[in-house]
Write a protein that binds this ligand. Structure first.
Ligand code: SAH
Length: 437
């Protein structure tokens, strides 16, 4: 979502003459679009600001001064505090106010003093944003939902992104058509809690995510639809049916489970048990037998015992994932879990994370190996690191490398997978003899 937000910031600033620069040296304005989800991400902001401060100082008094803005969820969470720690920052704004960037810049000019705008405005920022501008490759992001009301006890999202909000159906469809018109072949629908989508339709009805996906699949040129990230307890029959009925809906789903222990899940306020999760997966696989699953895991949540962790391991072995993200629990200021007793020592978290990641990596590699010898449709959307090579995504989100002319960029090509690596596949185009390294 930060990638999407950053491109929308570009759209907002374009009428003022701003465009993307290659690096801070060429920039009049540097925006750090920040993430607050774990401490590590938040800490990066201050080390990055240290570098920017030097550049800004070096340019002070020259004809090309530099301004520094901090946007995103660290800005939302820390607000004025950022100016205390980094007084050389010019703008601080949250994820719900970036449509007001031109206003903030004008205020900065007239006041000559740092501007902080971290409100949750009543107006819908999407109404204020210009049409989506530049398309970066054949695969596009489209935010349909933002915020979260679930209050998992570890998570900052409800505090930084705010309450759940679904964009109405019409502007979403309009944006999707616009993206398709600009050459997008794939769209990934975004939301912190994307399957809680309930967008208002002009006829007064409310659309679920499943309904929206069906409609998007009708748009000419949009051959692939994905969505992320989903909350297990919000997977409904409509969405499951879409996985069965809509060929454009890719057979890959990122569905965070966090833990396999019911005790831990309860303490996390996840509203699903390990059994519920397995049931949902079974229903999804029933609808789409080819479905490949990805997930998020947290190890070392307060109170997690060896036995609880073992339950996570056994869920992983039972469900099977083709890829996953896993994290050590990171206490976040203001969240209930940060104040819970029984915080798990760092060294225990490290050992558990390593054991979990070994199993997840093993499953990922095993899945990649099953792909060798298979034909797959790959959407090539990036140049590869080698000359004459393109990189794309398989239906299951694997990166696939193949030797193809640059003219095939943006195409969905049927290729034969000939090699599996831990994090990617390589392929040849059937009919062509040369193998791809
Ligand atoms: N609602 C979004 C949240 C994204 S955060 C979603 O479900 O994707 C992505 C992942 O970061 C979460 O699924 C969780 O596994 C992890 N995470 C969130 N808060 C965390 C914390 N305090 N410590 C460690 N990992 C965390």
């Amino acid at each position: 979502m930060n990638v999407y937000d950053a491109s929308r910031m570009e759209d907002v600033l374009a009428p003022m003459g701003y465009g993307a620069a290659d690096g801070m040296e060429g920039a009049d304005l540097v925006i750090l679009n920040t993430c607050h989800i774990r401490e590590k991400a938040a800490e990066k902001v201050y080390s990055e600001l240290g570098r920017l401060r030097q550049e800004k100082a070096a340019r002070a008094g020259t004809s090309r001064p530099m301004r520094i803005a901090v946007g995103g969820c660290v800005a939302q969470a820390e607000g004025e505090e950022i100016l205390k720690r980094a007084p050389f920052v010019d703008l601080v704004f949250g994820p719900q106010t970036y449509h007001r960037l031109p206003l903030m810049l004008r205020e900065l000019d007239s006041r000559g003093q740092a501007v902080v705008d971290t409100e949750f405005p009543a107006d819908d920022k999407f109404d204020q944003l210009p049409e989506a501008g530049r398309l970066d490759g054949a695969s596009a992001f489209l935010t349909v939902q933002e915020g979260c009301d679930k209050f998992c006890t570890f998570c900052v999202v409800p505090y930084t992104r705010g309450a759940e909000f679904s964009r109405p159906v019409d502007p979403v469809l309009r944006e999707a058509r616009l993206l398709a018109g600009k050459g997008a072949r794939e769209v990934t629908l975004l939301g912190q809690n994307v399957n809680a989508y309930h967008g208002a339709h002009e006829d007064g009805s409310e659309w679920t995510l499943g309904r929206l996906i069906r409609e998007l699949a009708e748009i000419d040129g949009l051959d692939r639809i994905r969505y992320t990230t989903s909350y297990p307890a919000e997977v409904d029959d409509d969405l499951i049916a879409a996985h069965r009925d809509v060929p454009a809906l890719m057979p890959f789903l990122h569905l965070p489970v966090q833990s396999g222990s019911d005790k831990v899940l309860k303490a996390m306020n996840r509203r699903h048990t390990a059994g519920d999760y397995k049931d949902i997966v079974a229903r999804l696989r029933d609808a789409q037998p080819d479905l490949a699953l990805s997930s998020d895991f947290i190890v070392g949540f307060p109170g997690e015992t060896d036995r609880d962790f073992e339950e996570t391991m056994s869920l992983v072995r039972e469900v099977g994932f083709v890829q996953a993200y896993s994290f050590k629990y990171s206490p976040r200021p203001g969240t209930p879990a940060a104040d819970m007793d029984d915080q798990v020592p760092e060294d225990v978290k490290s050992v558990r994370l390593q054991e979990l990641q070994e199993e997840l990596n093993r499953q990922q590699m095993a899945f990649n190996e099953t792909c060798v010898g298979r034909e797959m449709q790959v959407l090539f959307d990036r140049p590869g690191s080698r000359e004459g090579q393109l990189v794309g995504r398989s239906p299951y989100m694997q990166a696939v490398h193949a030797t193809l002319p640059a003219t095939r960029m943006g195409d969905i090509v049927t290729v034969m997978i000939d090699r599996a690596k831990p994090n990617s596949l390589s392929a040849v185009v059937p009919g062509k003899q040369e193998a791809v390294a």
